[in-house]
Design a protein around this ligand. Structure first.
Ligand code: GAP
Length: 494
């Protein structure tokens, strides 16, 4: 659930991050040669490395550091009744409104939230709060007529037609559907999962029994989810196809708040461990709880466009397992030997968007440093990524191609490529090659010069400080390996 009033937008910085992402191979618009597909993106050669490293940092933090949490990789397609049980068929919708003149469709709640943000920007903080509260009350009461009236009373106009010629507000289900089966008559409607969580719920007993898991225990999963988002903006923040990293923690009924609080803290710590400063993170308690939750909080990151949700932590009660038990007629109970009782466990869920975490990491890493003044001013742009997350860990750069330097540099490259992601570059002046690596966030560059041929030492250039140090080639594996290991992140979590 998004927060209601956004901070002032810094479009400039965000635009720079978005164009940086495209120019340096992090994120491309999907099928760009056909002018792209709205709210769908592809990860380029550097983006996929960064995203995989974030996913690894999450997966290892969840499974490797907890002997009571195991992984799962459930299918995207699930039996359609799954979504009946989960409530998504009946409840997973957004209130939509169309402008009759422009034929454009909007999320009614977002139109009002944007008006509130505008008010706040003009210093009308109290008025903005009142408006947001009014909206929350109307949504809570499912009063769609009231939401339409609020839009009309606030004189909100369509940004395209500039008119207030609105349709009524209707609920629009966000799930994508498709047909399964080879013959049209036999085909049945199935859905692309809108959250990965249900794959975990329906496998709860499979994992519990085969893994002989004892409550409390968790199941963690990374996978694609799909939502037909109408408001698709802010780059990869809101996509129609995205990835979630979710963990369901099964607990004894009555103990859920203890675990909810402990996961809240643990997850906040993880975001900080991957390099996001505490000052750019905050909790935001939900004003309106989802149909399945008895407590819920978001972790928000301060994007250039304001504090926005990157992760949700939800106490989901026994809602999901109970519904699956009812609809499937298969018992979803656990026998707790410690208290000699059968019960349906309660669930605390942590759910973070891999793409949102990626975007937060990228925005946080984007650094412009200006030195000198006036005509002498020079700006250096680089990505200050945690070394364990950086797409390339080490670039091997011969000072020049001749005199055997290229061969020596290649030799070093060949000896290190089994340990971490290392690149070799010989084209252009070394300064230009340093800059290229700064722009993709490579934490270390190694220069191979004439002295290397004499004494088997190289210089390591550090991305953030640009300091250089001379080290023996034989020390590179350990020195770089230590600095770029995911261990550097994981050990901060203990
Ligand atoms: N299983 C609970 C669940 O799905 P959610 O708050 O709807 O909860 C969890 O989603 C996380 O998934 C969000 O915090 C966000 O990071 C990510 N997410 C949700 N919708 C998204 C979208 N359209 N694009 C990118 N990430 C999204």
């Amino acid at each position: 659930m998004e927060n209601k009033v956004s901070a002032p937008v810094d479009n400039n910085v965000f635009k720079k991050v978005v164009s940086h992402a495209k120019e340096y191979g992090f994120v491309f618009p999907s099928s760009e040669i056909y002018d792209g597909l709205q709210a769908v993106y592809d990860y380029g050669q550097n983006g996929v490395e960064l995203k995989n490293n974030i996913k690894q940092a999450w997966y290892k933090a969840m499974t490797q550091l907890h002997d009571n949490i195991v992984g799962l990789d459930a299918a995207i397609f699930m039996h359609p009744l799954t979504w009946k049980a989960s409530g998504h068929i009946d409840n997973f919708s957004d209130p939509m409104i169309d402008n009759k003149d422009s034929q454009k469709r909007y999320r009614a709640d977002v139109l009002i939230e944007e008006r509130a943000a505008e008010m706040e920007g003009k210093g009308l903080v109290e008025e903005a709060k009142v408006l947001v509260q009014k909206l929350a009350r109307l949504l809570e009461a499912e009063d769609l007529k009231g939401v339409q009236e609020l839009i009309i009373n606030e004189k909100i106009v369509c940004p395209v037609s500039k008119t207030a010629n609105w349709t009524e507000v209707r609920q629009f289900n966000l799930m994508f559907s498709t047909q399964v089966g080879s013959v049209a008559e036999d085909a049945s409607t199935i859905y692309l999962r809108p959250e990965t969580a249900q794959g975990i719920f329906v496998n709860f007993l499979n994992v519990q029994k085969t893994g002989r898991m004892k409550i409390p225990f968790g199941i963690a999963q990374i996978g694609k989810a799909f939502r037909n988002e109408i408001v698709a903006r802010q780059f990869t923040f809101r996509m129609r196809e995205f990835e979630q990293m979710e963990m369901q923690f099964f607990v004894r009924p009555g103990e859920e708040m203890k675990w909810y609080n402990s996961w809240k803290e643990a997850r906040m710590k993880w975001h900080q461990a991957i390099g996001i400063p505490a000052s750019k993170l905050k909790f935001h308690d939900h004003e309106k709880l989802a149909h399945y939750a008895n407590a819920a909080v978001d972790i928000e990151f301060e994007f250039p466009f304001g504090f926005k949700e990157i992760e949700g932590i939800h106490s989901r009660t026994d809602f999901d397992l109970k519904s699956h038990q009812e609809l499937s007629k298969k018992k979803q109970q656990y026998f707790d030997p410690e208290i000699n009782q059968n019960y349906i466990p309660f669930v605390v869920e942590t759910s973070v968007g891999a793409d949102r975490s990626f975007l937060a990491v990228l925005c946080n890493a984007f650094t412009e440093e200006t030195t000198g003044e006036g005509e002498d001013a020079k700006t250096r742009t680089y990505l200050k990524l945690h070394p364990a997350l950086a797409p390339v860990k080490l670039a091997i750069l011969p000072l020049m191609k001749k005199d055997g330097l290229a061969e020596k540099a290649r030799e070093i490259y060949e000896s290190l490529k089994f340990d971490f992601n290392v690149t070799y570059e010989e084209k252009d002046a070394i300064g230009k090659r340093y800059t290229r690596n700064d722009l993709i966030g490579t934490p270390f560059c190694v220069a191979v010069d004439h002295q290397t041929l004499e004494d088997n030492t190289v210089t390591i250039r550090h991305r953030d400080t640009m300091e250089q140090e001379r080290v023996p080639i034989a020390a590179l594996r350990e020195k770089i390996g230590e600095a770029v290991s995911l261990k550097r992140i994981l050990e901060k979590l203990m």
